[in-house]
Write a protein that binds this ligand. Structure first.
Ligand code: P5A
Length: 440
């Protein structure tokens, strides 16, 4: 991508309305734009990051055996009347009428709709287990939308829904998502801690929130310091291994961790003082087991091996991609801007032409840009007619992991400079060596 032809509206000034660093940086770098309170457009740079986050989420959901579909944002109120949640949900639900005066709503979550899909097609225990997920916009008319896309009214969610014959099987489905979440957040460069949590309007009595520790987090959390050293399940995790997954769950829930709603002061105080962690956190995921709460009233039943009908045991599992992007920035930035983990960086490398118009610089940049693009890298080429200082500041601000700096003096000797955004380390090498290093 040539920056001169891209759409990346960088702001010169720090936006006043932004209270936390991620919100400020997302506005400054032109990643998002507020359209009305708590409702955002994702501009091209932001969209690239969001897509990369979703790709990782998708890969890990698929790896665990979940199957992707796509449900609509608008739902009929009827379904919610069946489950009894239409009235219970309150003002957070945006209610709409269509031209025939039929009550509709903009979905805040999809338990009812997916239960309807399930009951229409699945009739036998032989078709279980089943886990269906989608990545779709949601709307919740939050009282206090704030911090940009961290808590917005319209937001994206990956929501998965599992169906099993028995509670025991459903617990295995829960453990699958538990392990998939640990892998997902780790690949996003984050250490998320699973904590016992309140189930709120989703229901049930077993749930874990996945929390990233951050000073600007909205929740108060309490946990044992040991979490920092726990192993993340590997790529070769066998998601059909019931005992193996239970082992992962048991390990990760073996020491104290709770959000303020579930906090047990006495249990926390039993931890030796130096090992206690009381901090603020960002909830990036939340998983639930709620048994037959929806399947019973909505008649989602299958025939069991005993020939009788059984309401299925369900769980639901959410991740907030549009919250994860600012959460990653909260965890990874410095005074000059964002520092993206490689896995979600909008571009892999930025080529900085210090002197656009200088033949040798232009030629070297074109060569590097073409070679790395051909190698399948996402390359941003800063070909703008701007001062070198402005280009360096932009590159640091948008946080692309590697910068290739092409200047008239070094290119005369056939050399360019590589700068690592995270460490600031610089290395000089030939154009060929730089291409070889980065094309791999
Ligand atoms: C689980 C999947 C649910 O809705 N039903 C389907 C269950 N859970 S949840 O905890 O309410 O939400 C899941 C995740 O969505 C993100 N999220 C938000 N992100 C941005 N702005 C919001 N207002 C918002 N509300 C929820 C969070 O990451 C949450 O963990």
């Amino acid at each position: 991508m040539r920056l001169s032809r891209y759409f990346m509206p960088i702001l010169k000034e720090n936006p006043k309305e932004a209270e936390i660093v991620s919100h400020r940086l997302m506005l400054r770098t032109g990643m998002i734009r507020q359209q009305s309170q708590g409702i955002y457009s994702w501009l091209p740079l932001g969209k690239r990051v969001l897509d990369k986050v979703n790709k990782i989420i998708r890969e890990e959901q698929n790896r665990s055996g979940a199957i992707e579909l796509l449900m609509p944002t608008l739902q009929s109120a009827e379904l919610w009347q069946e489950s009894g949640r239409y009235d219970a949900y309150g003002k957070e639900m945006l209610r709409i009428k269509d031209r025939q005066d039929r009550p509709m709503l903009y979905g805040p979550t999809n338990e009812e709709m997916v239960t309807d899909i399930f009951r229409s097609y699945v009739k036998s225990y032989k078709d279980l287990p089943l886990n269906l997920y989608h990545i779709q916009l949601k709307f919740r008319d939050e009282i206090r939308p704030r911090f940009g896309t961290m808590r917005s009214r319209e937001f994206m969610m990956k929501d998965a829904y599992s169906f099993d014959l028995t509670q025991e099987d459903a617990v295995h489905s829960y453990n699958k998502m538990f392990a998939a979440y640990l892998r997902t957040f780790n690949r996003l460069g984050l250490r998320a801690i699973p904590m016992r949590a309140d189930t709120g309007p989703i229901g049930g009595n077993l749930s874990h929130e996945f929390i990233i520790l951050a000073d600007t987090g909205e929740s108060e959390v309490f946990c044992h310091k040991d979490f920092v050293n726990f192993d993340i399940p590997g790529e070769d995790t066998n998601f059909d291994d019931v005992a193996g997954l239970k082992g992962i769950f048991d390990k990760w829930t073996s020491v104290y961790a709770a959000t303020s709603e579930m906090h047990d002061e006495a249990a926390f105080n039993a931890i030796p003082e130096g090992e206690r962690l009381s901090a603020r956190g960002i909830e990036v995921g939340h998983i639930f087991y709620f048994g037959t709460k929806y399947s019973e009233p909505m008649g989602a039943k299958v025939q069991g091996p005993d020939g009788k009908e059984h309401a299925v045991h369900m769980g639901s599992y959410g991740i907030g991609p549009t919250r994860l992007v600012p959460a990653i920035i909260e965890a990874s930035h410095d005074e000059n801007g964002i520092i993206w983990p490689d896995s979600v960086a909008p571009f892999d490398v930025v080529v900085i032409n210090m002197k656009a118009g200088d033949q040798a610089c232009d030629d070297a940049c074109e060569t590097i840009y073409a070679a790395l693009s051909k190698a399948g890298k996402d390359v941003l080429f800063d070909d703008r007619d701007e001062r070198a200082g402005t280009k360096f500041a932009t590159a640091d601000l948008i946080g692309v992991p590697v910068q290739i700096i092409v200047g008239p003096r070094s290119i005369a000797g056939g050399e360019v400079e590589l700068k690592d955004r995270k460490t600031g380390a610089r290395e000089t090498m030939t154009v060929e060596a730089a291409i070889k290093r980065l094309a791999g």
